[in-house]
Design a binder for this molecule. Structure first.
Ligand code: PEP
Ligand code: MG
Length: 818
C-alpha cells in the first residue's frame, strides 16, 4: 500500500539518481520514490519538465488527504534552483504539499524513505532527511560509529548519562543487522519519545533511527549489542528494542526465536578461536564449491578491521576527494591489467571494475567527506553501507557483498591503510585455511602460498572466490556455518569437497584412510583428465553428450579445457549479476558472442534470462515474495516484460551469427502454451532481424527447461511444441519436495536423489523419447557420477554439469555403461 508521502530524488546524472533510488527503495519498498537525473537529452544537468512530471505524478498518487505530500531531495545547488522553479509553477495547494529539503542526497533519501514508510507526514520526513548524519553528542562525525579498535569509539559512551537506560542482548539474525532488520528498528524507535542508539558494548552506538548508520556497524549474528536511550520514553523504548531483537527484528520464525540465541561467532577471524571452544571431533556439513579431498591441519585466516586515520581535525574535502579519486584510479588500473590477462581471474577483475565504478559507492563516499572526515573514513563507510545492503539480498546478490568489501580494502590499501589479511606463506602452506568468508583477492594469494584447501563458514558456490578456487583446482567447502570457526589452529581435518563435509580431528585410522583415498582420487582425476577430451560411446556405438554449464567466458574456457563436448546450459543472468542495470542489445550481443567464441565449433544451449526465485538481480529491483520461487520468475517474468525478452532474443540471435551451433531454451516453463508462445517470440525476433537486414543466425533448436512438476507430468504436450527439453533438476527437486533450495531450515528435505524425483524423471524421459525429442539434464544431479550413469541408462541423451565435473562423469560413464 502506498504511503502518504512520496519522494523525488533529483541529481545531475541519471545513474546517480537511480542508484540512490535503488538504495532507498530496498529499505522502504512501499514508498513511491522517483529518480530524476540528467537533462532531457541524457546529458549532465537537470530537467525542469522531468522534475515537474515526477512531482505532479507523486502528488497524484499520494492523493488529496491532509498529511499527504512529496519530499524532494537534490544533489547540487543548481538542481535546487530547477526544483524551486518547478514549485513556483504549481498551484498553491499543490505547492503547499511539496517540501524541498537541503540534505545529503544518499543519507537523506534513505532516512526520508524509512520515515515515510512508517507513515510520517511531509514535515517529519523532511526533518529526518535533514538530520541524516548530523553530528550528535557522543557519536563520531557523520553519526557513523568507528571500527571497534578506534580509540574515539571508547570512553564517552561508557560514562553514565543521567536518565539514560541501557541494556544488552545478543543479535540473533542469521545475516546480522543488515538493511531489513535495521529498517524495522528505525520504524520502531520513531514511535517513542526517546533518542535510542544501538551498537557494540562500549561504543557510542549508532542512532537507531538511521538505517545506514546502524547497518554500517556490520553487527553480525551472535554479536553482543548494547541498546541505550534517553528521553521521556527511554525505558519503554529500550524494552521494545530488546523485544524486537529477541524476535530477530521480524526475520526469524517463532521456532528459531524459542530456541535461544545462536552460538556466538561474532566472526571475522579478528577473534582468535577460543581455546576451549573446539567442537567434539565430528563432522561439519557444508557445500562443495571446488572439487577435491585433502587431509591437512587447519589454519585460520586472520583479518583485522582496517586501522583508519582518526576523524576530526581539519581536512580539505577537495584534497581528500582528489586522494580518493587517485586511489580508485590506481585500483581500477590494477584490475584493468588483470582483466586483460587470461583465466577465470580476468572475468572477475572485469566485474570488479564495473563494481568499482558504481556511482552509488562514490556518491556515498563523497557525501561523507567534510573537514572532519578523511578520504579513508568516508570511503570505508560508503563501502560498508554498500556491502551490508548487498549482504541483505538473496544468494548471488549477497555473495557480491564480499566483492565490495574486497574492493573497498584494495582502495584503502591504495590510500596507505593496511587492510589486507596477513597471509604468511609459512603459516598456511599445506594447510586447510579456515575463514568466515574469503575474498576473491585472498584466493589468489592463498593459492600462491600453497594452501591445501579452504573451509569457509559462509560463502556460496557461485561466489567469485569459489569460481577462482575452481580455476586454481583448490578444494573448497563453503557454508560450513560458524562451528568451523571454532576449530583450533593445527587440528587435523579431512576436507571432502565431493560431499561438502569436513571431518574435524578424526582418529588416526580414519586420517590414513582419507590420505590414501586422496591419493587414489588424485590419480583417478589425472587419468580422467587425460581421457576427458574424447567422446563417451554406449555399447551400441551411440555417443553420449557430456556438456558443461557455464555463465561467462572464464567458465566457457574451463569447459573446453575440461573436455566438455558442448555447453548444455549457458546461464545468461550470470553475465548481468553485478550490473546496476541490464545491458542493452548491442552489449548483450557482444558479451554473449565472446562466450560463444571461446567454445569454437561446440554447440551451446543459451538459456534466456532466469530471474526471480534464488536469482534476484540488482538491476531489476525484484521483490523476493512477488518474484520468489512460486512467483513471477523465469519465463513468467520474461513474458511480463516483453521488451526485455525481445532485446535478449535479438541479442542471442545476433551473437550466434558466425559461431558454432546455438540452441535456445526458456527457463521455468509450466505449460505447453508457454512453450508455444516462447517459440513464436523466437520466430518473431528472427523475422525482425531478417527484415532489418541485421546479421543473425536462427537457433538450430528451440526448447524449454523442465523444472516444474506440471511440465514433467504433461511432457507429451510440451514436447509437441519444442525440439528438445532439458531438466533443471535443482529447481525440479525444490518443487517436487516443496523445499526451497536456498532455505537451510528445510535443507534436509531438499534431496535431488529422492525416489520421487527419480520417478518423475522417468515419466518425463519416457514421454520425450516417445515424442522423439532430445532430452538433457542440466541440474547438479547430472554432475554426480552415480546419478549420471543412472540417467543415461534411463534414456537421457545429454548431461550438462559444472565444468570441473566433466572428466569424472565421463570416466564413470566409460567404466559403467555396459
Ligand atoms: C536447475 O534448476 O536445475 C538449473 C539448471 O537451473 P538453475 O540452477 O540455474 O536454476
Ligand atoms: Mg533452474
Amino acid at each position: 500500500m502506498a504511503t502518504p508521502v512520496g519522494l523525488v530524488l533529483v541529481a545531475h546524472v541519471a545513474t546517480l539518481a537511480e542508484g540512490v533510488r535503488t538504495l532507498a527503495a530496498q529499505m522502504a519498498p512501499e514508498v513511491d520514490i522517483r529518480a530524476v537525473g540528467g537533462t532531457d537529452d541524457g546529458g549532465v544537468g537537470t530537467s525542469f519538465d522531468a522534475i515537474l512530471a515526477a512531482v505532479t505524478s507523486v502528488l497524484a498518487e499520494a492523493g488529496p488527504d491532509e498529511g499527504a505530500g512529496v519530499v524532494v531531495l537534490y544533489d547540487l545547488g543548481s538542481a535546487q534552483l530547477t526544483a524551486e522553479l518547478v514549485l513556483e509553477t504549481l498551484d498553491p495547494d499543490q505547492a503547499d504539499r511539496v517540501l524541498l529539503v537541503d540534505a545529503p542526497l544518499v543519507e537523506g533519501a534513505v532516512a526520508a524513505a524509512t520515515t515515510a514508510a512508517g507513515g510520517a507526514g511531509p514535515a517529519e520526513v523532511a526533518a529526518e532527511a535533514r538530520a541524516a548524519y548530523a553530528p550528535t553528542a557522543g557519536a563520531s562525525m557523520a553519526g557513523m560509529p568507528e571500527s571497534p579498535e578506534s580509540p574515539e569509539s571508547r570512553g564517552p559512551a561508557e560514562e553514565p548519562v543521567e536518565g539514560e537506560e541501557r541494556a544488552r542482548t545478543t543479535l540473533r539474525n542469521p545475516a546480522g543487522l543488515h538493511a531489513r532488520p535495521a529498517a524495522a528498528l528505525a520504524h520502531l524507535v520513531r514511535e517513542y519519545d526517546a533518542r535510542v542508539t544501538v551498537g557494540r558494548p562500549g561504543s557510542p552506538g549508532a542512532d537507531a533511527a538511521g538505517v545506514l548508520t546502524v547497518v554500517a556497524q556490520g553487527l553480525r549474528v551472535g554479536a553482543e549489542i548494547e541498546v541505550a536511550a534517553t528521553g521521556p520514553d527511554a525505558r519503554a523504548a529500550v524494552d521494545a528494542v530488546l523485544a524486537l531483537a529477541d524476535a530477530g527484528f521480524g526475520e526469524l520464525d517463532e521456532e528459531m526465536s524459542a530456541a535461544g540465541p545462536p552460538v556466538p561467532p561474532e566472526p571475522s577471524a579478528r577473534a582468535e578461536p577460543a581455546a576451549s571452544a573446539a567442537p567434539e571431533p565430528g563432522t561439519l556439513r557444508g557445500v562443495g564449491a571446488s572439487a577435491g579431498l585433502v587431509v591437512a591441519p587447519a589454519r585460520h585466516l586472520r583479518r583485522t578491521e582496517p586501522r583508519l586515520p582518526p576523524t576530526g581535525g581539519t581536512h580539505d574535502p577537495m584534497a581528500e576527494r582528489r586522494r580518493l579519486a587517485a586511489a580508485v584510479e590506481q585500483v581500477d588500473a590494477e584490475l584493468g591489467s588483470r582483466a586483460a590477462g587470461g583465466g577465470s581471474g580476468a572475468d572477475i577483475a572485469g566485474a570488479h571494475q564495473a563494481m568499482l565504478a558504481d556511482p552509488a559507492l562514490h556518491a556515498g563516499a563523497e557525501a561523507k567527506l567534510d573537514r572532519a572526515t578523511p578520504a579513508e573514513v568516508a570511503w570505508w563507510r560508503s563501502v560498508l553501507e554498500a556491502r551490508d545492503l548487498l549482504a541483505g539480498g538473496a544468494d548471488q546478490v549477497a555473495e557480491r557483498a564480499v566483492d565490495v568489501e574486497d574492493l573497498g580494502r584494495a582502495v584503502l590499501g591504495a590510500l596507505g591503510v593496511d587492510a589486507r589479511p596477513s597471509v604468511r606463506p609459512e603459516d598456511v602452506s599445506g594447510a586447510v585455511v579456515v575463514a568466515e568468508e574469503v575474498f576473491p583477492s585472498d584466493v589468489a594469494a592463498l593459492g600462491e602460498a600453497g594452501v591445501a584447501g579452504l573451509a569457509v563458514a559462509r560463502g556460496g558456490r557461485t561466489s567469485h572466490a569459489a569460481i577462482l578456487a575452481r580455476g586454481l583446482d583448490l578444494p573448497m567447502v563453503v557454508r560450513l556455518g560458524p562451528a568451523v570457526l571454532d576449530v583450533r589452529d593445527g587440528t587435523p581435518v579431512v576436507l571432502d569437497a565431493r560431499t561438502g563435509q569436513v571431518r574435524v580431528d578424526p582418529p588416526e585410522s580414519e586420517l590414513s584412510a582419507a590420505r590414501q583415498a586422496a591419493r587414489d582420487l588424485a590419480a583417478d582425476r589425472e587419468r580422467a583428465r587425460a581421457e576427458a577430451a574424447s567422446t563417451v560411446v554406449r555399447a551400441d556405438g551411440t555417443p553420449v553428450t557430456v556438456s558443461a554449464n557455464v555463465g561467462g567466458t572464464a567458465e566457457a574456457r574451463a569447459a573446453v579445457a575440461a573436455g566438455a563436448d558442448a555447453v548444455g546450459l549457458l546461464r545468461t543472468e550470470l553475465l548481468y549479476v553485478d550490473r546496476p542495470r541490464l545491458p542493452g542489445e548491442d552489449e548483450q550481443a557482444e558479451e554473449l558472442g565472446e562466450v560463444l567464441a571461446e567454445l569454437g565449433d561446440r554447440r551451446a544451449v543459451v538459456r534466456t534470462l532466469d530471474v526471480g526465485g534464488d536469482k534476484l538481480l540488482p538491476a531489476l529491483d525484484l521483490d523476493p515474495w512477488r518474484h520468489g520461487p512460486l512467483g513471477l520468475r523465469g519465463l513468467r517474468y520474461a513474458f511480463a516484460h516483453p521488451d526485455l525478452l525481445r532485446t535478449q532474443l535479438r541479442a542471442v540471435l545476433r551473437a550466434a551469427y558466425g559461431r558454432g551451433e546455438v540452441w535456445l531454451m526458456a527457463p521455468m516453463v509450466t505449460t505447453a502454451a508457454e512453450a508455444r508462445r516462447f517459440r513464436l517470440l523466437v520466430e518473431e525476433a528472427a523475422r525482425e532481424l531478417a527484415a532489418e537486414g541485421t546479421a543473425f543466425a536462427r537457433p538450430a533448436k528451440v526448447g524449454v527447461m523442465v523444472e516444474v512438476p506440471a511440465a514433467a507430468l504433461a511432457a507429451d504436450e510440451i514436447c509437441a511444441e519444442v525440439d528438445f527439453v532439458s531438466v533443471g533438476s535443482n529447481d525440479l527437486t525444490q518443487y517436487v519436495m516443496a523445499a526451497d533450495r536456498t532455505n537451510d531450515a528445510v535443507g534436509d528435505l531438499y534431496q535431488p536423489g529422492h525416489e520421487a524425483v527419480w520417478r518423475l524423471l522417468a515419466t518425463l524421459v519416457d514421454a520425450a523419447r516417445a515424442a522423439g525429442r532430445h532430452v538433457a539434464v542440466c541440474g547438479e544431479l547430472a554432475g554426480e557420477p552415480d546419478a549420471a550413469v543412472r540417467l543415461i541408462r534411463m534414456g537421457v541423451d545429454e548431461l550438462s554439469m559444472t565444468p570441473s565435473a566433466v572428466p569424472d562423469v565421463k570416466a564413470a560413464l566409460r567404466g559403467r555403461l555396459g
